[in-house]
Design a protein around this ligand. Structure first.
Ligand SMILES: Cc1ncc(COP(=O)(O)O)c(C=O)c1O
Length: 431
């Protein structure tokens, strides 16, 4: 596959942009190949700067549930752009998108729009701390909530660490000393902490990706989210669901409807912007009203609630709420995942595919992943081989082993079957 132009662009980018990219995982680090330089996208495909085409299962890391350049979304955004792209003043479309989301999510009475998932989770924590006047937060190892300091932490080994280490240089230990870490799905450690540790009374919030997407797709074990709801309610802490990936992705009403949980605050991103930079923090009015200008928790943004992005988001939500949308999307997902699962079984391969709704990950190494602990045996070398194998055959998956793959309504059966055939061959021939 010829990628001369892409490679030249990448070289020039590296001179003026750190690592040549504006978000690290785009650099294909660890894959031993120059990154993709995309030129355009349409439906379920993207085209690189050299004219090569790829069926896309990354979909901008999840937002594009209708596929690339969906005509309805393009039309809505263009209509708004012609009327002005940004005002820094309230617009009616913000009210419309907010009303739509409030109407769909029973746990949400009010929502504030921001421009990134990072801002959403940062603000959610600030609301919890401000409302409860407590300092501590609980997060789960392997969950990613964006790149703000308080949540950019990882644990050492062991079941739980109350003394986290920063994931990034430049994060002061003081900033994260109030962030407590547990393993995803670790019932015993979390329950014991809330029942026996005095520190639990200082916890403002537990934040969780209800279905983890950032260590690959890892669903919660039955009862885990219920346990978190019970324990947070008992100590008067808030439960924050980070549905930046799962919101509108695993169903119209997100993971909270799927598992029947009523979180206090929900963070959105990705799908709600229809491919534009939109995220949101929603929840009970008694918490949300702590935000300025009503309350004393500060949050602001020049481009927050940007009308072009709101129009694109609204168009997307109006489309996906049509009857039958998710049935169609999940059936397409199963059309891809089903044969892969069968191939793994047939070959008794050291691999597993984990899927919820239209998000899924094929792991090489473990037979089941329930927490970050299960990823120790991940076969990175095989993943790199697999990625290249698909890439050369015109299939693009997220360029890292611990990521969620996504499907859109624009994926054609022909492309899905082709992808399944490529993957099954790779597995069955033990490549
Ligand atoms: C679950 C989750 N929360 C928050 C974020 C941060 O969102 P953003 O990249 O828009 O800042 C991400 C990003 O992938 C995410 O997956």
């Amino acid at each position: 596959m010829l990628r001369t132009k892409s490679e030249a662009i990448y070289k020039k980018s590296c001179l003026v942009i750190p690592g040549g990219v504006n978000s690290p995982v785009r650099s294909f680090k660890g894959l031993g190949m120059p990154p993709l330089i995309v030129e355009s996208g349409a439906g379920d495909q993207i085209q690189d700067a050299d004219g090569n085409r790829y069926i896309d299962y990354c979909l901008s890391w999840g937002p594009l549930i209708l596929g690339h350049a969906d005509p309805g979304v393009v039309k809505a955004a263009c209509e708004q752009m012609a009327k002005g792209s940004s005002f820094g003043i309230a617009t009616e479309v913000e009210e419309k998108l907010a009303t739509k989301i409030v109407g769909l999510y029973p746990s949400i009475e009010k929502i504030r729009f921001v421009s990134s998932g990072t801002e959403a989770t940062m603000t959610a924590l600030r609301i919890a701390r401000g409302a409860l006047e407590r300092p501590k937060i609980v997060k789960f190892i392997g969950n990613y909530h964006g790149h703000h300091d308080a949540l950019l932490v990882q644990a050492g080994s062991g079941v739980a660490s109350l003394n986290p280490l920063a994931t990034s240089k430049g994060v002061n230990l003081g900033t994260i000393s109030d962030t407590l870490l547990f393993h995803f799905n670790d019932f015993a450690a979390v329950r014991s902490f809330f029942r026996t540790n005095k520190m639990a009374e200082q916890v403002a919030a537990v934040i969780i990706e209800p279905i983890a997407g950032n260590m690959g797709v890892v669903p919660p074990e039955p009862g885990f989210l219920q346990m978190l709801r019970e324990e947070t309610a008992r100590v008067g802490a808030l439960l924050i669901f980070d549905e930046v990936i799962t919101g509108f992705r695993v169903g119209l009403k997100g993971a909270q409807a799927l598992y029947g949980i009523d979180p206090d605050i929900t963070c959105f991103g990705k799908v709600i912007g229809g491919g534009f930079p939109v995220a949101g923090i929603g929840g009970k009015a008694k918490y949300m009203d702590h935000l300025a200008p009503l309350g004393q928790v500060y949050q602001a943004g020049t481009l927050s609630g940007n009308p072009v992005a709101m129009r694109a988001g609204l168009e997307t939500l109006q489309r996906i709420e049509q009857p039958g949308f998710y049935e169609m999307l999940f059936a397409k997902t199963e059309r891809l995942v089903g044969p892969i699962r069968k191939s793994i079984e047939k070959k008794n391969a050291d691999a597993c595919i984990q899927c919820v709704g239209s998000m899924f990950t094929l792991f090489f190494g473990p037979k089941k992943v329930a927490s970050k602990l299960d990823l120790k045996g991940l076969d990175e070398e095989r993943f790199a081989r697999f990625f290249k194998y698909l890439f050369e055959r015109g299939v693009y998956i997220p360029p890292a082993s611990q990521e969620a793959w996504f499907l859109s309504s624009a994926h054609t059966e022909e492309h899905i079957d082709y992808t399944a055939a490529c993957i099954c061959k790779f597995i069955e021939e033990g490549l």
